[in-house]
Design a protein around this ligand. Structure first.
Ligand SMILES: Cc1ncc(COP(=O)(O)O)c(C=O)c1O
Length: 234
């Protein structure tokens, strides 16, 4: 392996050859041309990263866009008075999308932090998860202060109340191993551009939730199609 020097001493030039060496996929040749296959094996690689099935992986533009889309989809199933729990320790990308559901009367309850050590106040979290809670949105690790949240424990608390969990692992993913099966979370999202991947977001969703969402989507399309006015005889 060559010396990891980004700038050569004499010219101060950016050592592009060394940088390219750090990304083995860039050495791929096809018909004697350098090639990058952006879709081959990607789903399987992400499934390996999450420890899930390849058909539980969803791609999107970035974490924020995916979360807004998921909030919109989950919001369709919620009614006024249902509750979502978010936290003060989280990036706004895991708060603002859920807050959009306040428009339809969903109550957003925000868990506090312990100011002495910037950890999540788990007693407050336990108080804020109620029988009305439908989803707990929490970060795996804080991008602000580095706190790692006990997301497996939080998932247990949420599930005991009949709520789903949505884990923002954007900050955690470049630093630690993710195992969605061990966490038993319902959704988890990360952004590959934070660990030298392309600028995109990736969602893990439990198969049963993705399948149910796809079914609802098909039903909505069918309803729309069947109520369409028939202009064919006009
Ligand atoms: C913890 C955390 N969550 C979410 C985001 C938003 O991610 P994205 O840029 O993929 O929308 C960031 C971005 O820095 C982040 O640090």
């Amino acid at each position: 392996m060559s010396t990891p020097v980004m700038y050569s001493a004499d010219t101060n030039a950016f050592d592009i050859a060394w940088v390219r060496e750090q990304f083995p996929s860039l050495t791929l040749q096809f018909n004697r041309h350098g090639s990058a296959f952006l879709d081959v094996s990607t789903r399987a690689a992400m499934a390996d990263l999450f420890n899930c099935d390849p058909n539980e992986v969803v791609f999107g533009q970035n974490m924020t866009t995916i979360t807004f889309a998921l909030a919109r989809a989950i919001g369709r199933e919620l009614k006024a008075g249902d509750e979502i729990v978010v936290t003060t320790l989280d990036h706004d990308a895991n708060v603002a999308p859920w807050r959009t559901l306040e428009e339809k009367g969903v109550v957003i309850r925000q868990v506090d932090i312990r100011e002495s050590d910037c950890t999540l106040d788990l007693d407050d979290l336990k108080r804020k998860i109620t029988a009305k809670t439908k989803l707990v949105a929490v970060g795996y690790a804080s991008n602000m202060v580095g706190t790692i949240n006990p997301v497996a424990e939080i998932t247990k608390l949420a599930h005991a109340a009949g709520a789903l969990t949505f884990i923002d692992a954007v900050h955690f993913a470049p630093h630690g191993l993710i195992d969605v099966k061990a966490l038993d979370c319902d959704f988890l999202v990360c952004s590959p551009y934070k660990f030298f991947g392309p600028h995109m977001g990736t969602l893990y969703g439990k198969r049963e939730h993705l399948r149910a969402a796809a079914k609802r989507c098909r039903q909505r399309i069918a309803r729309r199609t069947s109520t369409k006015p028939d202009y064919s005889l006009a």
